[in-house]
Design a protein around this ligand. Structure first.
Ligand SMILES: C[S@@+](CC[C@H](N)C(=O)[O-])C[C@H]1O[C@@H](n2cnc3c(N)ncnc32)[C@H](O)[C@@H]1O
Length: 492
């Protein structure tokens, strides 16, 4: 009999296989162990328990062979075996896929994620199948956390994998399309979506091909960005690499975005790019469509050695004879392409249609207060505020939001050496302010206009108003762009 996802969902709920109960049952040490890929702590915490919840934790999360009598009546084992999700042998049942409860404290998305079993549990290494479907990775979580969560009509989850982004998107997009080249990923994403009661339109195909001629208010992707040397298609790990050269897949996604975004719509990527001899920002800026704004935040920069070692380890080649030849081939490939280092970060492309497109490319490797989706949601409005004509800016009433003022100087000194305004939220940016900037920012409370505050500060500091404005207005514009000053509170 075919597997009924609604019945499976009901079984998982009645077994108590939900995020809170499962985490609680494994305890902190069990959870920490799993973060290290060790199942032993959770196994010890479960002790000899054979109840439904313990059986499902053992079966799916710890990947243990569970006596059939412990899962009979908990799951429809026959239907799940026919679907290829379970195997049974010699009175024991094993999971061929991973189904685990999911819950995000950031936006409240909950459900179950269906993916392939975690590789390398308890140091057991086995070759990764090329059509392997990755579960929720740190990169998935970061993309979910930077995604703007405002209500939209349509969203595209490009390269859906296990379907986790769709689970989030379906909460705030009326229509969600999810695509993947890997049919196995689409099968598992379908299961994730059905279990989470998310209505998602799943389509097979590469990049924008399955959505030719369609436009979306929001496109999100954590694409297969790993820049590995060309090899046999059959050996390629679809979840992380493609046959695109270098970072040309990312280039294709960015260049093609304008044809798939509605006016005002945005593409958000969590990705890698190659850094050659030319400035990285110039290279990426050339990919941005003319009528689009771009904001790219480089969060990390890796040298080729660290990058290659990380991905060779991810592929399970650590300690194998293939390590060194694969390493050399990869270095040769990077040398041939002129890749000096690899940037990793966040890309926002918005079809803003400004006469003068906004472009910002920056390195911001510092701590941020995740989730920062609201920062991205407010960004277009922040740019509008920061770039308004001076007369409008003088009449505006912005206010400082979630900002601390730090004064640094010698004890007892008359004036502080530095005044720093530091955000407590979002990207946690800081502005170093002189007395005039600090007096102006400090007085902007949403009640007074910028013009009124400048007039008052000019009088107190005994400076020509025009001179004060010339020095302070650029800082006010920057504070608006960085969302330290806000004109409204509308985020999502
Ligand atoms: C890094 S995984 C991301 C999965 C999921 N979106 C997440 O956030 O965890 C990249 C996904 O892109 C898919 N993919 C690979 N090549 C693709 C292509 N040419 N077009 C669309 N998707 C592709 C892979 O199968 C994989 O599911």
């Amino acid at each position: 009999m075919a597997l009924d996802p609604a019945a499976l969902r009901a079984d998982l709920i009645s077994a108590g296989f939900t995020i809170d109960s499962a985490l609680d049952r494994m305890g902190e040490q069990g959870q920490d162990g799993l973060l290290r890929n060790s199942t032993v702590p959770a196994d010890r915490v479960l002790g000899g328990a054979t109840d439904a919840l313990a059986a499902l934790i053992r079966l799916f999360i710890l990947q243990q062979a569970v006596p059939a009598e412990h899962v009979d009546g908990v799951l429809d084992v026959n239907a799940m075996r026919d679907a290829g999700y379970l195997a049974s042998d010699d009175g024991k049942v094993t999971a061929l896929i991973d189904i685990r409860p999911y819950g995000s404290a950031d936006d409240g998305a909950t459900g179950w994620i269906a993916a392939d079993p975690t590789p390398g549990l308890d140091t057991q290494m086995s070759p990764t199948r090329p059509d392997y479907v990755l579960g929720v990775s740190p990169a998935s979580t970061t993309l979910a956390q930077i995604t703007m969560r405002r209500t939209v009509g349509s969203a595209l989850d490009l390269g859906t994998g296990c379907g986790v982004q769709s689970l989030h998107l379906s909460r705030h997009a009326r229509h969600v399309v999810a695509t993947d080249v890997n049919r196995r990923a689409l099968d598992l994403a379908r299961l994730t979506c059905r279990l989470g009661e998310a209505d998602v339109d799943l389509r097979h195909g590469s990049l924008y091909e399955p959505v030719a001629g369609e436009r979306f208010d929001l496109i999100v992707s954590n694409p297969p960005f790993v820049m590995s040397p060309p090899g046999e298609a059959s050996a390629r790990l679809t979840y992380r690499e493609t046959n695109f050269v270098g970072d040309s897949l990312v280039e294709t996604l960015i260049r093609g975005s304008a044809d798939h975004l509605t006016p005002g719509g945005s593409l958000q990527l969590l990705t890698n790019w190659a850094v050659l001899d030319e400035p990285w920002a110039d290279r990426l800026a050339a990919w941005v469509p003319d009528d689009c704004d771009a904001w790219v935040v480089e969060r990390e920069r890796l040298d080729p050695y660290s990058y290659i070692e990380m991905w060779l380890t991810d592929a399970g080649l650590g300690g194998t004879p293939q390590w060194r030849p694969a390493y050399d081939a990869w270095l040769d490939y990077f040398e041939g392409l002129g890749i000096r280092s690899i940037g990793m970060g966040w890309v926002l492309i918005t079809r803003a249609g400004r006469p003068e497109p906004y472009r910002r490319f920056e390195s911001w490797p510092h701590a941020v207060a995740q989730p920062v989706g609201d920062v991205f949601a407010r960004h277009a409005g922040a740019v509008d505020a920061a770039t308004q004509p001076t007369a409008d800016l003088l009449a505006a009433r912005p206010r400082l939001v979630d900002v601390d003022q730090e004064t640094i100087g010698r004890p007892g000194a008359e004036d502080p050496e530095h005044i720093v305004f530091r955000q407590r939220t979002g990207l946690m940016r800081a502005i170093k302010a002189d007395t005039a900037v600090s007096a102006t920012l400090g007085a902007l409370d949403g009640e007074l206009t910028v013009g009124q505050v400048l007039a008052a500060v000019a009088q107190v500091l005994d400076i020509e108003p025009a001179e004060l404005a010339a020095g302070v207005l650029p800082e006010i514009r920057l504070a608006l762009e960085n969302q330290m000053l806000r004109l409204d509170d509308v985020a999502s």
